[in-house]
Design a protein around this ligand. Structure first.
Ligand code: PHE
Length: 442
């Protein structure tokens, strides 16, 4: 079944509050996961997003995302497997506790969903690092739904799933012995396997050891991180990729930057002719462990995108499919098994353009962020939208008014759309645009 407009009470007034011009009609409270929250000037969470919060695909047995989660969890049998953390977090948890600068773009209302100034939807599973370390967990995996405002295409969806993994060791001779023993075990396993790793130095001037770390400890931990992830990737990709001596699995490590790890890396896997970015990771910033009141320890963390991994392993071509409740999708999968998805229909694309003038006043030049447009379209037509592109933009030289033209691709994954249906969706998008942003359709 195709997801249509979510059935949320007071949808109309809800949508109205988003109109900056109708600020007075903004509801004072929103009900989210059965609890009431006050709204304020930062509120930008949409009905579509609210409707996704209870779904938790990563916990639905035999769903591809849940299978990927289980496979990774069984690769780390001695780790705690966590998956019940609320998606509502404070900006402190999501950003400050991880040393994000105050002007980081991820904090803006155009990039993240806010319930109000003090509460947002987590944009990554790292938001829980401090609280999990603070519980005393020293090896854990945490799987969760994460939310980011983004463009619309076959590989972007405002909700996706991540798994965070972390392991910390005593910063002592016995702790380092534990790391070295584990490194020896992992290295001997990998040496016997059909995997080629393009490595980089653990530390470099552009990817430095943290000031409070002994470089020897940091290198041993970084090596443990690399060996541990290489062996995970070998297990996940080795089986399905037809990996052999002649055609080994290729993995490459790249320097990266995250405010909450140093050194930091990204990992890519060569799969079906392309290098694909799979995860980010690094040696945990000491400030994270300090906030968790963990002394004399150091360790690593990684964050891995489950959709990205599942799209590759199951050959799922469109990210919207993960949300499908069509039995032709769901019945293809059984728990714990990676199988190749058989597309049951590819229906024609339906492109429609909408051009409009943004409202204009002497004082203020109106603007609209692409993500505002995308959220509006999702609220009106749900998952029937496959792709949205800004195709034209200009400012009238005399009136100074701004004109935008967006091209929307309507395509159902389940059935062909009739012209009448597409036209109806397009008119509802136009009506909502007029109501919410006071635009003048051209
Ligand atoms: N949270 C990061 C992201 O979403 C990934 C990451 C996790 C990087 C843990 C380093 C350590 O991109």
């Amino acid at each position: 079944m195709v997801k249509q407009l979510p059935r949320i009470p007071h949808l109309r007034s809800f949508l109205q509050y988003q109109s900056r011009r109708h600020a007075s009609t903004k509801p004072t409270h929103l009900t989210i996961l059965n609890q009431d929250y006050p709204t304020d000037h930062k509120t930008n969470i949409t009905p579509t997003i609210i409707s996704k919060l209870p779904i938790r695909l990563h916990t639905q047995r035999s769903h591809p995302l849940s299978t990927i989660r289980s496979l990774i969890e069984s690769h780390y049998p001695t780790f705690s497997h966590l998956s019940s953390f609320s998606p509502l977090v404070t900006p402190y948890q999501n950003f400050d506790s991880l040393a994000f600068p105050v002007d980081h773009p991820g904090r803006s209302v155009t990039d993240s969903y806010y319930i109000n100034e003090g509460l947002m939807l987590r944009t990554h599973t790292s938001a829980h690092e401090v609280e999990v370390f603070a519980k005393g967990e020293d090896r854990w995996l945490l799987t969760a739904d994460v939310y980011r405002r983004d463009e619309i295409d076959a590989s972007h969806y405002p909700v996706f799933h991540q798994m965070e993994g972390a392991r910390i060791f005593e910063a002592s001779p016995s702790g380092m012995k534990e790391v070295e023993d584990d490194n020896a075990r992992l290295a001997s396993h990998l040496a016997k396997s059909n995997i080629v790793i393009e490595d980089i130095p653990h530390l470099s001037p552009t990817n430095p050891v943290q000031p409070l770390h002994d470089p020897k400890h940091s290198e041993a931990v970084a090596l443990n991180l690399k060996l541990s992830l290489n062996s995970l990737l070998l297990e996940l990709f080795g089986g399905v990729a037809g990996v052999s001596k002649e055609d080994p699995l290729r993995v490459r490590w790249i320097e990266a930057y995250f405010p909450f790890t140093s050194p930091s890396y990204e990992v890519e896997v060569f799969f079906r002719g392309k290098w694909l970015e799979i995860l980010g990771c690094g040696v945990v910033a000491q400030s994270t462990l300090d906030s968790a009141k963990i002394a004399n320890k150091l360790g690593w963390a990684f964050g891995l995108g489950l959709e990205r991994m599942a799209m590759i392993l199951f050959q799922i071509p469109d990210i919207r499919l993960f949300w499908s409740t069509d039995p032709r999708f769901l019945s293809q999968f059984s728990h714990g098994k990676i199988t190749t998805f058989q597309p049951y229909s590819i229906h024609p694309a339906n492109w429609k353009d909408v051009s409009f003038w943004l409202p204009h006043s002497e004082k203020q030049k109106a603007t609209m962020h692409d993500n505002d447009f995308c959220d509006l379209v999702r609220d009106v037509v749900g998952d029937l939208v496959e792709d949205v592109k800004l195709v034209d933009q200009f400012t009238h030289p005399k009136t100074n008014r701004q004109s935008l033209c967006y091209r929307i691709n309507y395509r159902s994954m389940d059935k062909p759309l009739t012209n009448a249906e597409v036209n109806d969706h397009q008119s509802r998008v136009k009506a909502q645009l007029k109501e919410q942003f006071r635009v003048e359709i051209r």
